[in-house]
Structures are given as C-alpha cells and as structure tokens.
Design a binder for this molecule. Structure first.
Ligand code: ADE
Ligand code: ZN
Length: 343
C-alpha cells in the first residue's frame, strides 16, 4: 500500500521477540552440521529431511502447543557461545533492515540449561551480539529472561538463583545490567501466572523490569493474575483483553503496554485473519500497544511484515501510526534521552 515506505522508515521498537524464535530452518541445518548434531531420521520426523522440508513444516501450526514442540526441538542445535551470538546477530541485522532502533529481546535459559548448556554460555553469546548491534547498527537493546511456565516452578526458582548468583542482574558502575527484566512464556492454559510470584517478587526487589505472556490462548484472568501477582508493567500478546471490559479499562488507566504479535496470532490460529486482531478496538479504547514479530523464523515475517499486515487489514491513518510509534517508544525500558532520539 501507499504507506509501505512510511512504515519501512518509521523508527521501530520491538518488545516481543524470542531470540530462539529467530532460528530459521537454514541456520538450524548449518549449526547441526557445524556441531555434529544428528537430526531426527526421516522415519522419526520426515520434516527434518532438508532445510526446504523443514521450512515447509513451519508453514502450518495447529496451535501454540504444536508450534512449541517444533521450537524446543529445533533449539538442540544451539551449543556454543558463538551459536547464540550468530543467532542473535542474524536477528539484529534483519531488524536493522526493517527499521528497528531499539529491541527488548526474550530468551529461554531453561531450554538450554536443561540440555546441559551453561547459563553463562547463552548470555555471553547473546550479549556479544547485542554489543555488536549497538556499535555497528546503532540498535540499543536489552535482554529479558523468561521462565518456561510448563516446567516445575522449582526449575524457574533454580534459574533465578543462577542469575542472581552470577551477578547478571547487578548494575555495575553505570553499566547496563546483563539481564534487564523477567518474562514468562511457553504453554499458557493451565500454567497460571500466580505460580511464579516468588521469582517476580525477587526480581522486583532487585529493580528488574517485568512482563509476562498473557491472554494469547488463556482467558483474561491470566492477564489480571499477572498484573495483580507478578506486578508486570506489560502484557505480551494480551489479545483476549477484549473479553473483559473492566479489565480493559484498568489496562488503559494503568497504561499497561500490550506487545501484540499479529502474524504470530494468525499462524497459531488465535485468529482466523489479521482483521480479527483487536487493533481497531485497542486504538479506539486507548489501549497502548506495540506491534512485534514474536518468532519471526516461524511466523512468516519480521517486524515490518507485521506492520504491513496490520496496515493491509486496518488501513490506519498516518496519525494512528504515529500514535502506535509514540506508544512503543514511551513503553520502552529506556531513559528519556534515548526516547528523545527515537522520536
Ligand atoms: N515461546 C516462544 N514464542 C511463544 C509464544 N508466542 N507464546 C508462548 N511462548 C512462546
Ligand atoms: Zn512470545
């Protein structure tokens, strides 16, 4: 559409991006070969015959669970610090081309430490790419550590302890924390936010930023639970907020930012078409949101594709896009000086 170049040039902030969700079929095969990791045999899983068949497998997911199985299986090729760095670097270069200026990115430490990969290996690799992205691409960023809600709470508590003991949350002489915030992801329904209260309490005490996935597949009580118990400042997805008018008013009043991911919602069958993502409802009600890519290697596009899909479905005005851009800057976990630069 006519706004395409306007949208491409718009300075963007991304708030909902899983670094592990940037593992394309091509990179997976490349890392499997480099690290001598045997992929499933054709009998076990015919999708792993080639990068092409695997990419084809990613063209349809029944729901969140179906996707998550592919996502966790794929990660087994990530072994060395340089693998994590390469994965994150691929994200930052693609994001730069899409006009991303600031990115707050998720990672899932338990999905690696459970395979025997050191926590420090993962964080060092990701943070090496972040430093390079700031120097070479001008993209500022921060790292958000997510707890996997389908695993026992004791596993999340252990991950919190590892991060605390390793000093990853510490603010050293004006330098950025290695890990800036906490998130909560993976299977939502049946794994309530309240389970993770203790870790979030500890994070809040340490001055960490806080967000959680909620209202993606789960009902609005997963959103209110995260607000009440985890004291989150944002809700990731949050599209089912429309089902609770009182809660919606609260989200507006408290200026909670929703990190909406339209192509993800489409690919995971949360909506039948992009026009069912409640963009218009949120704009009209004054709900603040940003538009994000979630797991771009799996969901047919990075952030600009998400912006364009929204534009095609809703035909928003320049004014509305400026509001979305402003809210995504305002809702970023950065100082006023950087916010000013992004405007
Ligand atoms: N992990 C990666 N992507 C996710 C999503 N969209 N929802 C929950 N967990 C995830
Ligand atoms: Zn997500």
């Amino acid at each position: 559409s006519s706004l395409h170049s306007f949208l491409a040039d718009l300075p963007k902030c991304e708030h909902h991006l899983h670094l592990e969700g940037c593992l394309s079929a091509d990179l997976l095969f490349k890392l499997a070969a480099k690290n001598n990791i045997a992929l499933p045999s054709p009998e076990e899983n015919p999708a792993y015959a080639s990068p092409t068949t695997l990419a084809k497998r990613y063209e349809h997911f029944d729901n969140l669970e179906d996707f998550l199985q592919c996502y966790y299986r794929a990660m087994r090729v990530l072994t060395n610090e340089s693998d994590f760095e390469m994965l994150a670097w691929e994200y930052f270069t693609t994001a730069a081309a899409d006009g991303v200026k600031h990115a707050e990115v998720f990672f899932d430490p338990q999905s690696h430490t459970d395979r025997g990969i050191g926590f420090e290996v993962v964080v060092r690799g990701f943070n090496a790419a972040r430093e390079r992205a700031e120097k070479e691409l001008g993209i500022t960023s921060c790292l958000i550590m997510c707890f996997l809600r389908h695993l026992p709470v004791s596993s999340a508590a252990g991950t919190m302890q590892t991060a605390v003991a390793g000093g990853y949350f510490d603010e050293k002489d004006g330098q950025q924390r290695a890990i800036a915030g906490l998130g909560l992801d993976s299977s939502e329904v049946g794994f309530r936010p309240e389970l993770f209260e203790e870790m979030y309490r500890e994070g809040e005490k340490r001055g960490l930023r806080r967000t959680a996935h909620g209202g993606e597949e789960g009902d609005p009580s997963y959103i209110s639970g995260a607000l009440d118990t985890l004291h989150v400042e944002r809700i990731d997805h949050g599209i089912r907020l429309t089902e609770d008018a009182d809660l919606l008013r609260r989200v507006v009043k408290e200026e909670i930012l929703l990190t909406v991911c339209p192509l993800s919602n489409l690919c995971l069958q949360a909506v039948k078409e992009i026009s069912q993502v409640p963009i218009r409802k949120f704009l009209d009600a004054g709900v603040k949101f940003s538009i994000n890519s979630d797991d771009p290697a799996y969901f047919r596009g990075y952030i600009l594709n998400n912006y364009c899909a929204v534009q095609e479905a809703f035909d928003l005005s320049m004014e509305e896009w400026r509001t979305i851009a402003e809210n995504s800057i305002q809702g970023s976990w950065i100082g006023e000086e950087r916010k000013f630069e992004l405007r």
